[in-house]
Design a protein around this ligand. Structure first.
Ligand SMILES: [Zn+2]
Length: 152
């Protein structure tokens, strides 16, 4: 647990607002896959406070995800942002004196991941090379559809 993400619940109950601001090592995102990596620091700015028996998280965060272009497979960095993220949690459901903000930020950022990325701002230079194959997939001829390998 990153120290900066430890929220002391007792202090919130005393009316304190805990501010979080900084750039953090992306290791707390716990993602390191061939097709998805986080290598850039995660910038977080926000606050946590208590209101109406709830813990309230309000923050902005941004970082870059390293993902391969869907066409040419070239790895690129894609900005991932959460603006005005709100999360509330009943204080009665928080176990212990410390609330870890890390998983909240992690989940919110992962939800913003695009399912499809293409380099060249959506115009991958390799697109022209594979265009004929894309068309074939979209409109298969009858014989190709039923016996795709019959010519082999
Ligand atoms: Zn590409």
């Amino acid at each position: 647990m990153l120290d900066a993400f430890k929220i002391c619940v007792d202090r919130l109950l005393e009316g304190q607002v805990q501010k979080i601001e900084g750039s953090f090592d992306p290791s707390f995102l716990e993602v390191d896959e061939e097709e998805l990596k986080f290598r850039a620091p995660v910038f977080v700015r926000g606050e946590v406070y208590a209101a109406d028996q709830h813990l309230v998280v309000h923050l902005n965060a941004s970082t870059y995800a390293t993902m391969p272009c869907a066409i040419c497979n070239e790895l690129g960095d894609w900005e991932i942002k959460i603006d005005n993220f709100y999360h509330t949690e009943p204080l009665s459901e928080i176990k212990g004196a410390v609330f870890d903000l890390g998983p909240q930020i992690r989940e919110a950022l992962l939800l913003e991941l695009p399912s499809y990325v293409e380099c060249g701002q959506g115009k991958c230079p390799h697109r022209a090379l594979i265009a004929p194959y894309l068309q074939k997939t979209e409109k298969p001829k009858d014989n190709e559809m039923h016996f795709p390998f019959s010519g082999l």
